[in-house]
Design a protein around this ligand. Structure first.
Ligand code: GLN
Length: 571
């Protein structure tokens, strides 16, 4: 198998800072209170973007209090998408926000869970590293947490933003709060800033916005020895200056540090909202960072987002559609693809298990484009195959991602090549035509955990193909997370019929991209290009899909000038 390209993450590359005794990096800790899902990850990412706009080298990480070693084994229905980094880390979806906002490739070092921290401590204990001492939460677990935090700041980074998952008051979060409390003493007060994200709810019957939950949450944080330096108050509607003063009085945070983030029309506006509220000024004042913030590039992006109004309907046919966070990067990539064409992508979540409804009730008929995303297991497979067939026969632009490419291959094998019962070894071990299967090397490995192809791999694209045209180059790098592959034994049968294996591994053994001659856009990739898409540099295949969908919607070519003005992700 081709070896992965393990690049040094850009955010932590470069000159090394001094020894642990003379920390150069400044640290910002973002905690959350009152309720989960307040957008703490987006707040942290937005702050990261504002600091980058001051010319600082920023990196980010997430500390997750749950016990799983990483989110790779967690159910997307419950936890949302597993985000994959360049170096093959299976990480929390907040890392996707971080990468999209600060525009840096992060590594698996940017996500630590309670499970991974205990795993490291227990391995050290088994090696005898603790020399017979009693191993305890304080100091051993907290020291390991601090080691993870310090590690990120050791590579010439100016600012490390660490988001602590969960909500203050949770039992599991305590070792993390203790570690970040100690950290301030370890590295000096002027090097650390605590930002606390809370909720100011509107209580309908009294017609008022309430500060009490914020007050309680700050009290809880202070009971752990952490006095916040800034409070980001999430609210439905803007909060008044007098309410800010009240929060300031109650929490001992100067008014300048009480920042309001009301619900925004679009995600990418949030850095500008926080900037207007003065969050980055206050954080920089606390950390002694000088210099001005140049938000012009981000403002240009937000203007482009606001000008993206031409509607285009894209259906995502998946099995986790009841929790759209399961496809967060796919949804964002589609939006990015839209921005490139000044189009507003209207997403429709379509349940793949409802095969009947998909075809007989015409649930796909009004769509301008279809995405078949990745996934594991057999559920919903027949619906996805049906959707791929519908798109193929009706000239509907369709993009298959990982499992999506595999079902497109199966559909074509069954309905065009006449290979009855064609399937993937993942769903039907006894299929007479396993057009998707494990590669020989993997077949004998009993521990499936070891067989996943994870992280960035290169692919050669066929010159002149739709994918080469979309990427504008013929050597591309995309992130992977799968076990099964296009079965090379069937490659020639497909190739004779207009089904083009338009991208392959450099040694030609693995099929990485497929497309169909004569179809406006029926493209699949074994990779997950959604992980590299950025709002101002859409992943090429998403940009191309939206372009083809717009053509179908409007019966006209999109303005190529607008499209070409934007660089693409992945370089
Ligand atoms: N289940 C498929 C495999 O393991 C596809 C995985 C995915 O879509 N990420 O190969």
């Amino acid at each position: 198998m081709t070896s992965p390209v393990h690049r040094v993450p850009a955010g932590v590359a470069g000159a090394t800072a001094g020894s642990p005794g003379q920390h150069r990096a400044k640290h910002i800790f973002v905690t959350g209170g009152v309720a989960s899902s307040l957008g703490k990850g987006i707040t942290a990412s937005s702050l990261g973007r504002l600091l980058k706009a001051r010319g600082l080298r920023v990196t980010m990480q997430k500390l997750d209090p749950y016990i799983n070693v990483d989110p790779g084994t967690m159910n997307p229905f419950e936890h949302g998408e597993v985000y994959v980094t360049e170096d093959g880390g299976e990480t929390d979806l907040d890392l996707g926000h971080y990468e999209r906002f600060i525009d840096e490739n992060l590594s698996q070092a940017s996500n630590a869970t309670t499970g991974s921290i205990y795993q490291a401590v227990l391995a050290a204990e088994r090696r005898g590293d603790y020399l017979g001492r009693t191993v305890q939460v304080i100091p051993h677990i907290t020291d390991e947490i601090k080691r993870r935090i310090t590690r990120l700041g050791n590579h010439g980074t100016d600012v490390v933003i660490t988001e602590v998952g969960g909500t203050v008051g949770d039992i599991e979060i305590l070792p993390f709060l203790e570690a970040i409390r100690q950290f301030r003493n370890d590295v000096g007060r002027s090097n650390v800033c605590y930002v606390h994200v809370t909720l100011v709810p509107f209580i309908g019957p009294s017609g008022e916005q309430k500060t009490k939950p914020t007050q309680h949450s700050v009290t809880e944080l202070r009971s752990r020895g952490i006095q916040p330096d800034a409070i980001v108050c999430r609210s439905e509607q803007p909060i008044s200056d007098s309410l800010k003063r009240k929060i300031s009085d109650l929490s001992d945070v100067p008014v300048a540090g009480v920042v309001n983030a009301p619900d925004a029309g679009n995600l990418y506006e949030i850095p500008l909202i926080l900037h207007e509220e003065g969050l980055d000024d206050e954080v920089c004042r606390i950390l002694g960072i000088e210099g001005a913030c140049d938000t012009s590039a981000w403002e240009a992006l937000v203007s482009r987002v606001e000008a993206s109004t031409t509607p285009v309907k894209i259906g995502v046919v998946g099995k986790y559609v009841s929790l759209p966070d399961a496809y967060l990067s796919v949804a964002e990539s589609l939006r990015h693809g839209g921005f490139a064409h000044r189009a507003k992508v209207e997403l429709e979540w379509i349940q793949a298990e409802d095969v009947e409804g998909l075809l007989t009730e015409g649930r796909l008929r009004h769509l301008d484009g279809i995405v078949i995303p990745g996934g594991f297991g057999e559920r919903g497979i027949e619906g996805k195959i049906a959707a791929a067939g519908y798109a193929r026969e009706n000239d509907v632009p369709c993009l298959g991602l990982c499992l999506g490419m595999q079902v497109m291959t199966i559909e074509y094998a069954r309905n065009v090549l006449g290979l009855t019962g064609a399937s993937s070894g993942e769903f039907d071990r006894s299929s007479p035509h396993k057009v998707i299967d494990l590669m020989d090397a993997q077949r004998h490995v009993v521990d499936m955990g070891g067989t996943m192809r994870l992280g960035t791999y290169p692919a050669k694209l066929r010159p002149g193909s739709q994918v080469a045209e979309a990427y504008g180059e013929t050597l591309v790098y995309e992130r992977h997370r799968h076990r099964y592959e296009f079965n090379p034994a069937y490659r020639s049968r497909f190739a004779d019929t207009g089904f083009v294996c338009s991208g392959v591994s450099p040694d030609d053994r693995l099929v990485e991209f497929i497309e169909l001659e004569g179809h406006p856009f029926w493209v699949g990739t074994q990779a997950h290009p959604e992980f590299k898409s950025r709002p101002d540099r859409p992943a090429p295949l998403f940009r191309a899909l939206v372009g083809a969908a717009l053509e179908r919607a409007e019966g006209r070519r999109p303005h190529l000038l607008d499209v070409d003005a934007l660089p693409v992700a992945g370089r």
